[in-house]
Each structure stands twice: as C-alpha cells, then as structure tokens.
Design a protein around this ligand. Structure first.
Ligand SMILES: *[C@@H]1O[C@H](CO)[C@@H](O)[C@H](O)[C@H]1NC(C)=O
Ligand SMILES: *[C@@H]1O[C@H](CO)[C@@H](O)[C@H](O)[C@H]1NC(C)=O
Ligand SMILES: *[C@@H]1O[C@H](CO)[C@@H](O)[C@H](O)[C@H]1NC(C)=O
Length: 306
C-alpha cells in the first residue's frame, strides 16, 4: 500500500516502517472466540450431527450453507452510481439452510437491521419491525474496514434499492440463523456489530471461491444476446471446477439465467473453517435448453479491479 512512498524516499520509508500502524491498534477486532473449539472432534455440518456439540465451533444451526450469486443486467440506480462489476457475477449472500433443506429467517430480532423485512410477522406471530437506525455501512466504518466496504460496494450490488439495504437484509434475515455468528460466540469481549462485520468478511471470502463469470468464460460460455446455452453446458462447466452441481436459477419462464447457488457442508466455523461443495438439493428452475445468459446494458457496468 505504501510502495509509491517507498520508491519516492528511502528516508521516509524507514520512518514509516518504524511507526507502522495497524488498524487493530485503533479498531476492535472482528473475530469470534474459538478457544473452546481447539480440542473438539472435527465433523462437517449436517453429516454426523451428534458429533457437533458446540454451536460456536461448528455450524450446528443452518449447516447446509449456500453461497448465492446474481447475474443482473441492470441495477435501476445507475443514476446514483450503483453499477455492476464488469466480468463478475455479484454477491447475493451466504444462507443457512437446515440439513433437511428447510430454512429459518430473522432468528434474532435484537439484531434486526433490515429496513424492508421480507415478512412482517414470523410464523410464530412475532412482528418483524422495519429498521430505521443507522445504516450497517456505519457498522463497517466503526471497525475501520474501509477495504471491506469498498469491496462490498463493488461486488455486493442491489437492484432497485441502495446496496446497504441489501447487506442489512442479508445479515438480519440469514446470518442470525447461523450458529457461528451468534453473539455468544464473541464473548466475553463482544463489541456491538462485531458479528455483522465478521459475517460480511465471511461472505466475501466464500464468494471469492466461486468466480462464476471466469469459470464460465474459461469454458467458452460468455454473455451473449445472440446465442443461447443449454443447462447442461453451464452446469458441466461449473461442476468441472467445483465437483458439485450448483443450483441454477432462471427468470422469464425459465430461460433467462440470473442466479447460482453453491451448496456446502462446513467443517469448523463459517468464519475460518473448510467449505466442502456438495450437490444442490434444489432442482434448477431453468429449462434444459434455449437459456439466455444476457449481456449487460453497457451503462449499467463499470470496470473493476480485483
Ligand atoms: C458420530 O459421532 C459420534 C460422537 O463423536 C460418534 O460416537 C459416532 O461413532 C459417530 N458416528 C458415525 C457414523 O461416524
Ligand atoms: C453429484 O451429482 C452428479 C451428477 O448427477 C453425480 O455424478 C455425483 O455422484 C453426485 N455427487 C454426490 C457426492 O452425490
Ligand atoms: C442484452 O439484452 C438484455 C436483455 O434484453 C438487455 O437488458 C441488455 O441491455 C442487452 N445488452 C446489450 C449489450 O445489448
């Protein structure tokens, strides 16, 4: 980060090195407390669940983990500079399904930051109030994570509403149902919103395992408004790199490709543990052939570096 400076002045470089500053000197850390996990038996989530005794050490709740991505062709907020990253799909989230494929949502209403909840009452009758406090963006800033924020602004893009609303939605709807992001997992030194920032770091990490655009392009599958693809072509290209069948989602009567979900079992925590890809448990909503993988509207994209 300081290489331009080093080149410019060796004297200044020495001074800079001597007084090197780490964000952690000023900002709280984001990691969970996994000291109690060190001696526990290892097991992937949803495999032998009797072996999983500590819900902060293993994904005991929400152990069928989905890394989900979108292929949108526009954002609707281009005028405000909300653009899609060229050459990349975008982040949707990291979802905690139960081992049987069902899922829970809004599991901890003390951490409800979603301004536009997807339901107004939970199945048990508890209301889910829309959040009106400071944006989750300020939580990230409070931890000094401008690097993370920049990445999220580039790759975690909403359609029809600001990006930060989407990030808040994903945390409160989904992360609160993943056991390793429970507040208790950060004790005894929990700092408010530490779990939120730690979740966002984790989402980015897992998203980076799946460069969908590049995997498809490398197999000759590029966005086109002239040629269609078959579901098998797309599935096989991704299978060849991940060893598992992802879920592919299509809108427009099943012919417009716009989603991919990668399924996992996780060893250890989601934060630091190992993600093993497994076949999708959800049948594709795409037709077998004639699939459009549309080019984006050029004015909806920007060039990005990553
Ligand atoms: C599941 O885990 C329990 C507890 O660690 C162990 O006793 C049992 O043998 C395991 N079962 C299988 C099928 O591996
Ligand atoms: C995943 O699905 C493929 C294709 O149906 C199959 O060949 C493979 O055995 C499956 N993998 C597992 C682990 O079930
Ligand atoms: C390709 O088609 C999509 C869907 O109709 C459209 O939104 C997009 O602007 C088109 N892109 C180009 C480069 O023509």
């Amino acid at each position: 980060m300081v290489s331009w400076f080093l080149g410019a002045s060796p004297v200044a470089a020495v001074l800079l090195a001597a007084s090197e500053v780490h964000a952690s000197d000023y900002f709280p850390t984001t990691y969970p407390n996994i000291q109690a996990c060190v001696a526990l038996p290892l097991q992937y989530s949803c495999e032998n669940t009797t072996a999983l005794t500590n819900s902060c050490c293993n994904v005991v709740k929400g152990g069928l983990v989905l890394q989900t991505q979108y292929w949108d062709t526009y954002t609707g907020l281009e005028f405000y500079g909300q653009l899609l990253p060229s050459g990349s799909w975008t982040i949707h989230g990291l979802w905690p399904d139960n081992c049987d494929g069902s899922y829970d949502q809004y599991c901890d209403l003390t951490r409800q930051y979603d301004p536009d909840p997807s339901l107004s009452v939970l199945p048990d009758g508890t209301p889910v109030p829309p959040y009106t406090g400071p944006s989750v963006k300020t939580f990230i800033e409070d931890f000094g994570r401008w690097d993370l924020l920049k990445y999220m602004e580039t790759f975690w893009i909403n359609q029809g509403a600001p990006n930060e609303d989407f990030w808040a939605h994903e945390f409160s709807k989904h992360a609160t149902c993943t056991s390793t992001f429970d507040v208790a997992c950060y004790e005894p030194d929990y700092k408010e919103h530490q779990d939120v920032v730690n979740f966002y770091e984790t989402v980015v990490k897992v998203f980076q395992l799946y460069p969908t655009y590049n995997m498809l392009a490398a197999a000759g599958i590029v966005p086109s408004n002239w040629t269609t693809y078959t579901l098998a072509q797309i599935t096989n290209a991704l299978y060849s790199q991940t060893g598992a069948i992802p879920y592919l989602g299509c809108s427009g009567d099943g012919v417009v490709l716009d989603e991919v979900w990668y399924f996992h079992h996780v060893l250890g925590t989601e934060q630091y543990g190992h993600f093993k890809t497994i076949n999708s448990t959800t049948p594709s909503s795409c037709k077998a052939d004639g699939l459009w993988y549309y080019e984006r509207t050029p004015t909806s994209e920007r060039d990005v570096t990553y």
